[in-house]
Design a protein around this ligand. Structure first.
Ligand code: WTA
Length: 649
């Protein structure tokens, strides 16, 4: 996409200021205070991060703040720490030892509360289970679990002994597990017999079994009994969580790990068919998630924080688990769907546990809007004091609905822009300090120096659309793509010299507020989930009947973007409505239900340039139902376009 195509459609409306009541108790109370700290973090990073790092626990203090050998960053060099120690042990020496760490509600309505002491004990036990199965620091472990406390326990147990976890979202298919196992070379899989979703059981263990028929290298599978569903257990390989934890001690000292020790790999979509294993390490990631949770969510000991993201996504990693626990907060985990058994499940949970901070996604907010305000109205939401959103630009209508019906005009909203790659929140408005503008993520967080630039890397004037880049490395930046440092360099530092390239289009307004337009590469944001069009295309062409496929996004009022696939069939194959369903199901098996195209359009040919490149831009215009306005002079065969338009009508 060229820079001139980046136009932000969000119109600027009213500004919203935090109330005096909110400011009174906020960590940061004024724009001046924000500006002062931000300036210090950029101009005197040593001073700023030294102070922050004193709020964390170190086995050995770091000696050098950072090193930047583009594209590779290191932070808190020479230090030794442990993320699980910071999330757990650190709180056991104070009254927090019996504070609720995790409040859990399962979809069927079961409840559990784990205090910091409980969570520490369970993590230590499970860490000993890992050790008993030969897991050592540096080994990779796959976690494929429902949203239950054991998912967090497994992550923290890995962190405790220095094993590197790779969490795979429970909605992904067996094929996705195979790809990720092969890439990460994991030795162990931690899963459950199943998890609840919309009243049904998701067969997690069965997917693992299917995957392990093909993937090699996995020596042990630990299975949590969650649903009681019957599962096959392979002698010697598969072990029950409850039996293993009963055999081991609850004492397990946290390993003293180097600041740059790999903490986790999380796979995310890029612009090729192969998901990227984004690698995050120990101290920088901890500092980033700790500090953003503290300031962006204005966390206090009295808060009950609910980040609704699944641990399979980075938001679940950074805010449900690590950021929340590093701050000694109470974090809520809910297993199931927002509309199960009825569309008021979220509001019921908020009223029941007196949630004070809610962090969710625009796509969820738009669904709530659609279901109607009668649902939140039925519940007492007076405990809420702060709201957040993440995952895609929020349209001002949804922002205002969230503000009025959920925040009851009392709660500031933080619209947080960040990525799997950035590890923690990068752009937002600190809730007691800055005004918000619906539709704009806001201002840079401490230590973050973003800019909107053109292809050559020159900064653009206010309100001119361009590419969002970050000029300085920050503590929680991804360190590399697991096993592919070249791709890391090419993708994030190859486009524009000397800066981190986000892949997002953006403009910055006169107040310095950033307005994110969305992805400029072939990555879609469907219902807040990142989906690479190339992944879906390669899933489609892996079907025998498909000759070629091109996927594009079309604006969707609920999901943000919907996925439209243009498909040409092999000769002799007839296009039928049943075949559409078959192909959708095929993508579901190859990747997971979230990647199923919303719409499949069969076509005789795809529009291509003379060099054979599919012109997705034209398809995008057709999928969006509009006229084809763009330049078509490079199109090899104009009749293809005429045919595509005719197919549509
Ligand atoms: C988009 C999720 C606008 C953006 C944490 C980014 C957003 C991609 C926002 C990363 C926001 C995320 N406003 N767009 N507040 N937050 N995005 O890796 O396009 O799943 O590049 O990380 O989501 O998605 P990811």
């Amino acid at each position: 996409m060229s820079q001139t195509d980046i136009v932000s459609l969000q119109k600027e409306g009213k500004k919203f200021k935090p109330s005096a009541a909110f400011i009174k108790h906020a960590h940061l109370k004024s724009a001046a205070a924000y500006k002062k700290l931000h300036t210090e973090s950029i101009k005197q990073p040593q001073k700023f991060w030294t102070r922050v790092s004193k709020e964390l626990h170190w086995f050995k203090p770091w000696t050098k703040l950072h090193e930047w050998r583009e594209p590779f960053a290191k932070w808190f060099i020479g230090g030794q720490t442990n993320v699980a120690y910071n999330c757990l042990d650190r709180h056991l020496t104070s009254w927090r030892r019996n504070k609720a760490a995790i409040i859990f509600e399962g979809e069927p309505g079961d409840e559990r509360v784990l205090t910091y002491t409980d969570l520490h004990r369970e993590v230590c036990r499970f860490a000993n289970v890992l050790k008993a199965h030969g897991i050592k620091a540096g080994d990779r472990i796959m976690i494929y679990m429902p949203m239950v406390p054991e998912a967090a326990i497994a992550m923290l147990a890995c962190a405790r002994i220095g094993a590197t976890h790779t969490v795979v979202f429970g909605g992904f298919s067996a094929q996705s597990i195979i790809d990720r196992l092969q890439d990460s070379q994991a030795k162990m899989v931690i899963t459950a017999d199943g998890g609840y979703r919309r009243g049904a059981v998701v067969a997690l263990k069965r997917n693992v079994d299917d995957a392990l028929k093909q993937a090699t290298g996995v020596e042990h599978v630990i299975v949590l009994k969650r649903t009681g569903t019957e599962v096959a257990m392979q002698e010697g390989r598969d072990h029950w969580w409850h039996e293993e934890t009963a055999k081991v001690s609850a004492v397990c000292p946290a390993a003293k790990l180097d600041s740059e020790h790999p903490l986790f790999i999380l796979y995310t979509s890029g612009s090729t068919g192969k998901p990227k294993g984004v690698l995050h390490t120990t101290a920088g990631y901890l500092a980033g998630t700790y500090l953003t949770t503290k300031y962006v969510f204005d966390i206090k000991d009295e808060d009950t924080f609910w980040c609704t993201a699944d641990v399979g996504w980075v938001t679940g990693h950074s805010y449900t688990v690590y950021g929340a626990l590093a701050n000694g907060a109470t974090t809520v985990m809910y297993e199931g769907a927002p509309n199960w058994p009825e569309p008021d499940r979220f509001w019921r949970i908020i009223a029941k546990y007196k949630v004070t901070i809610l962090y969710t996604a625009p796509t969820a907010i738009r669904a709530f809007m659609r279901w109607g305000d009668q649902w939140p109205k039925k519940h007492d939401l007076a405990s809420l004091r702060l709201l957040g959103t993440v995952g895609e630009p929020i349209n001002p209508e949804a922002w205002l609905w969230y503000h009025e019906h959920i925040g009851q005009k009392r709660c500031p909203i933080v619209d947080t822009w960040w990525q799997t790659e950035t590890g923690s929140i990068m752009i937002t408005t600190l809730p007691g300090a800055c005004f918000t503008k619906p539709g704009s993520a806001g201002l840079p967080f401490f230590g973050i120096d973003p800019a909107v630039v053109n292809k050559e890397g020159s900064e653009l004037p206010a309100n001119v659309g361009g590419f969002l880049v970050v000029r300085k490395p920050w503590p929680s930046i991804m360190r590399t793509i697991h096993g592919d440092p070249e791709r890391f360099k090419r993708q994030y530092f190859g486009e524009i010299p000397n800066v981190y390239f986000t892949g997002d289009g953006c403009r910055r307004d006169k107040d310095g507020y950033f307005w994110i337009v969305g992805r400029i590469d072939d990555v879609l944001n469907v219902a807040g989930h990142r989906i690479g069009t190339a992944e879906v295309e390669s899933a489609l062409v892996s079907n025998q009947k498909v000759a070629e496929a091109a996927c594009v996004g079309r604006p969707d009022s609920l999901k943000g973007q919907a996925l439209v696939a243009f498909v040409t069939l092999k000769s002799g194959i007839t296009a039928t409505p049943e075949l559409k369903e078959e192909l959708r199901a095929h993508v579901g098996v190859q990747i997971g239900p979230i990647a199923k195209p919303d719409d499949i359009r069969f076509t005789a040919a795809l529009p291509k340039t003379r060099s054979g490149k599919i012109m997705r831009r034209l398809l995008k215009e057709i999928a969006g139902g509009g006229d084809v306005k763009g330049d078509t002079t490079t199109l090899e065969d104009l009749s293809v376009l005429v045919q595509l338009k005719a197919d549509e009508e």
